[in-house]
Design a protein around this ligand. Structure first.
Ligand code: PEP
Length: 255
């Protein structure tokens, strides 16, 4: 995916919600009826995998693309409880969120994330690699933390494959209930920092073309400012995407 003339990528991460297929269908039917333009937007919805088949079957069309929230690191059938890239790809996914902060909190290491990243690319899907610090400190150690995440997670990728990824900057301290989004200027600074690392690792041509999106307490009020002043290529939206009316507001404001 190239950033040049790229449509803004808006990714809805439904997380482990809603709690019934009926509810999930209701959320999606509101989205489906909404009027907004996709001229400048690519909208990706990532429902829980148990709803994936129903949602995609009922709502496939030109407006929405679909993504998985996670996949297993390989396609080995002896992996009880896991979901493979082949499965989600077969159902119509084109994106996979990899290394989400909530999964890292459950023990997903940079090494596991790196292997998933390579596996997702090999399957022909676009990985959205999440990076971000747990907290900020006044000495700037959080910058080293993000740098290390990037370097270690991208370490196993073939240089020719690096341009196939999307990077989501999602600091844990700005995500979820009770938190607020990162200041737009700081989002911009972080996106420059990430770009610098990518350029130093993979060269200017590749490094500058990798899309960087932001996630963490995005809502209908702050979405446009984050895109404009944060100068990012898109947004990863959790809670606000679960309320279809709020999510439609976001899409209307950006389209
Ligand atoms: C997320 O789950 O990726 C996320 C950004 O959550 P929220 O928008 O709820 O902070």
């Amino acid at each position: 995916m190239k950033t040049t003339n790229m449509k803004k990528l808006i990714v809805a991460n439904w997380k482990m919600a809603p709690q019934s297929l009926d509810e999930a269908k209701k959320v999606f039917s509101v989205l489906k009826r909404a009027k907004f333009s996709t001229k400048s937007l690519r909208v990706v919805v990532c429902p829980p995998s148990v709803y994936f088949a129903d949602i995609v079957k009922n709502y496939k069309g030109k407006t929405f693309l679909f993504g998985a929230q996670n996949v297993y690191v390989n396609n080995n059938e002896a992996s009880t409880g896991e979901i493979s890239t082949d499965m989600v790809s077969d159902l119509g996914a084109s994106f996979v969120i990899v290394g989400h902060a909530e999964r890292r909190m459950m023990g997903e290491t940079n090494e596991i994330v790196a292997n998933k990243l390579a596996h997702v690319i090999e399957a022909g899907l676009t990985p959205i690699l999440c990076v971000g610090e747990k907290e900020r400190d006044s000495q700037g150690l959080y910058l080293r933390f993000v740098e290390q995440q990037l370097i270690e997670c991208l370490s196993v990728l073939d240089k020719n494959d690096v341009h196939k990824i999307v990077i989501a900057y999602e600091p844990l301290w700005a995500m979820g209930a009770g938190h607020t989004a990162v200041d737009n200027r700081e989002i911009h600074q972080m996106s420059i920092f990430i770009k610098k690392i990518l350029v130093s690792q993979f060269g200017r041509k590749i490094g500058m073309e990798i899309p960087i999106i932001y996630g963490g307490s995005v809502d209908a009020d702050n979405c446009a400012g984050i895109l404009k002043e944060g100068e990012v290529n898109g947004l990863l939206i959790g809670r606000a995407s679960l309320n279809p009316y709020t999510f439609v507001d976001v899409l209307k404001k950006l389209s």
